[in-house]
Design a binder for this molecule. Sequence first.
Ligand code: T3D
Length: 263
Amino acid sequence: MNTETILYEVADGVAKITLNRPDKLNSFTVQMHGELAEAIKAARTDESVRCLLITGAGRGFCAGQDLGDRAVSPGGEAPDLAESLEKRYNPLIRSIADLEMPVICAVNGVAAGAGANLAFACDIVLAARSASFIQAFCKIGLVPDSGGTWSLPRLVGPARAAALMLTGEKVPADKAADWGMIWKAVDDEALAEEAEALAKHLATQPTAGLALIKRALKETWTNTLDQQLNLERDLQSLAGRTRDYQEGVDAFMNKRQPAFVGK
Ligand code: T3D
């Protein structure tokens, strides 16, 4: 793939996307959105890919919208931010939520604005101890977007989400892990290796089943218990028809290692 603002590589069943505008802390431009959308589509349509890993180059993960990517000045014409969300940020978050494979985010440094909320859209988030999360929107008069007003209250509860979104206070990685905002914080030097090992491991697992788990977890937020029980029944029915389910049971019964294919 020919890209300037991201790196895309596939190995061992894992597609790895590295946001790659380190001098601007990997903030989003229209071009980066386009390349990111292409890369996620490539991962989705490549049968060899069974896990996606997203990280950033340099000292930051992603500082949200590149504030210099369009002209905004006092008294000037207001940009169409609804269009920006409708055309770029919302499709990005939906494409991650709907991706039928686990998505791991390795937050290597500061994650601000839409950069933080991109991380929260992923299924498993690991962060370097030196990384931090900032709902920076309020400091420039904007509303948290990229699904942040949906994900953050669900991750940390309404009281913490409100304070973080109204103050823009920085949350260091260890505190983010303590609060359940992310899965865990790891030493800076260990982040890449640990995230890649996890991604490679998941890519060898029954990924069709993992995609169904992802669906159940997504729908639980709006379902009643009855609806969720019905959904579990339907998803289990699908899972029970996969080759990986047969393989998993057979491997267990015969005390051997399973060889899952993701179908
Ligand atoms: O607009 C729409 O389409 C709607 C959607 C909006 C989504 C959003 O994400 S809105 C929120 C946008 N993001 C921000 O407001 C965050 C702005 N950045 C910061 O507050 C700070 O940079 C950080 C707290 C993230 C990191 O601070 P620090 O001190 O570690 O680094 P720094 O020195 O501020 O930044 C390093 C460089 O990156 C610097 O460039 P320079 O001076 O060395 O040439 C800085 O200007 C640049 N940079 C950082 N963030 C952005 C950025 N350049 C453009 N846009 C950025 N968001």
